[in-house]
Structure formats: C-alpha cells, structure tokens
Ligand binder design. Sequence first.
Ligand SMILES: [Zn+2]
Length: 375
Amino acid sequence: MIARRSILIKLPKDKCDVDYIRRLMALTNLGYRNFEVLAPDLLKYVQHQLYGSFKNYMGSLVLGTIPKRWLVRAWVPLKVLRIYGDGFRKGDKGAPVVLDFENNVIRLRQVCKNEPRYVVTIPMPEWVVERVKEGGDIKFAMIGLKDNEPYLALVAEREVEPYQPSGYRLIVDVNSWRYGIAWGLIRNDRIISFKHEKPNLNVLLTLYYQAVKRGRKYGALMRMGSHHTTQGKRLRKQIYARKSRIYRITRDKAYFLASKLVKKALKYRASLIIDDMTEESRRELLEEKLPPDVIKLLMSNLKRFVHQLETLAQWYGIPYKLKRLPSTICPVCEHGLIQLPGRIMVCENCGFKAPRDLVPMHWVIKIEIERLPQN
Ligand SMILES: [Zn+2]
C-alpha cells in the first residue's frame, strides 16, 4: 500500500510574484482540460513543464487536484529532483523543484517569477528531513496560492505494509468538542485505559462571546453608517482575531491528538478503530437548540482530526478501520439503553450501566468475545 503525506511550506512573498503564480494556476487548469495556451511571454522552460512533461505525468497524479470547474485555480504540479547526502540523485535533472539534502535547501527554479534563471532558495524544513528518514520519497510538488500567499506543497510517499497487531485495540470515539474525543485501550476483555480529550471549552466560549458582543456593537455602528471609522475598523479586527483564535485552538488540538493517539497505537502495536460519530453529535447539539455559531465552534476541525488520524495511521502502517459502534444499545442484551443525567447509560432489561462514551468500548469487547472459539 502506498501512503502519502503532504507538507505545506510558506514561500517568501517578497521573492515570489503572486500574479505570475496566479497565472500559472490558471494555465494549469487549462492544461488539465487539454488546452495548450502558448503565451509568448512565458519562458519555454515553464511552458514545457506545463504542457510537455506535465501531460505524461498528469495520469500519475493521484493528488485529487483535478479542478472541478472552469477557471478555478489549480495548483501547479511540478517535478522534483532529490539530491541526497551521499550525492545520490533521483528524478529529472531539469526539474523545477530541487530538494537538496546535501546543502539542506530547497531550490525553486523559474516558477516564482517570469524571469530567466530566476531561483528562490529556502531552508529545508525539519519535517521534510523527518519524512525522508521515515522512508518517504518526494516525487511530487505543487506550487499555488492560499489566501493570496504563495505556498509550496510537497507530497511524500512511502510503501507501507500494515503491521500484525498485538492483542491491543485502540478505540477512538469522535464526538463534538463538548464531550471531546474519547479513547480507550482494550486488551482481551478489559479496558486498560480510557480518557476524554478536549480543548478548554471555557476559553473557547469566552472568545466566542467576546466576538458576539463586538459583533453587536459593530452592527449598531453599521446601522448608523459609521462602521468605516477607526472604532469600526478596530471592532472588525478584534472580531476576526477572536474567530481565528478559536479556529486555531481546535485545529492545534486536532493535530496534537491525532499524533498522540498514533504514538499510543504504535507503542502497543494496537489496531485502531475510529468511531466517527460527528454527525450524531451534531444532531444532539441541534436538538439542544444551541446557536448555529456555537455548534460550528463545537464541531470545528473534527473532520480534520479524523482525516489526520487516518493519514498518520496509513503512513506508519497501523492497521485501522472506520467503524460505527452503538452507544445507545446495550452491549450485553442488545436492548435500548436509557440515558440518565450525567450521560450515564442504563439497561432496564439486564442492569448494565456505564458512562455513554464507554458503551462503544464494551461493544468492541463483546464483538471480540463472540469471535473467540466457543469451547
Ligand atoms: Zn442489557
């Protein structure tokens, strides 16, 4: 199985011509549709990258970047030359992206400015070195704009065979941030450890209410037509700052947890079960009639968490599956469970009782026991 991980590197804006990159992105979109636009002012070298070698290489491009709509900007796929410490070279000599591990730099030839022999050199990020040490090879790169900032995306790939799992299982339950991400480590019929993980909700909600309060003030200014004043501008800045901080907090938590759980799985050579119940959690929050913005906040970056967890599991060869596990059905007698205050689930039929987030873990144990030979 081939596993892939991408690395995003911000390029120095002063050394890149953003308009030029934007133009290359537009031409790439056309390239995907088999149109060749021969712009006379464009360097031959770049034209060749776009329409010559690029074509053969398009089919092998498994990056999911084929633009769905006309005129949407597509990231420009580029070939990569790798120069390793021992002088060993891999890839096309004339590739526009050079990963030079000998000198620890990345060189971008001709793709940052429409100027002959224009080269941008950036230091090699530690992450790239790590991926390569783990056995990854970087055959593909892409250049493009994100929020009008130039970026280079490197795609590391690696052939991995998932390991043979030991008896351990790591179950990850993905709820909304209100109850957080619950994980349990299971061996045979025992839950060895269990934990809830979530960001500090008080901090998130404080930021949210501060943004709401400023939003109201801003609205009042707008009704008076004076939102372009210094005060109005300051309010807008403050609202934006709070919203993006909320986003960053949940994003960082998502990345942190994905890497923590992957380390745990590797340590025990556990198999990983991801129970993505975000849709169920969203409904739960809707039923509570929470404001849509709060729901959005409590759900932000959870999809990213699941995606990152899967990416890392593939990369490190952790056997994993996505599986929905019931949390409202009794794992002993399969009757419906009743929820008591404090998210405690009770079975009226057999007396089973457990916190809601532990029910899926009990289901894994049940499935496991049923799989064992009966005598
Ligand atoms: Zn029961």
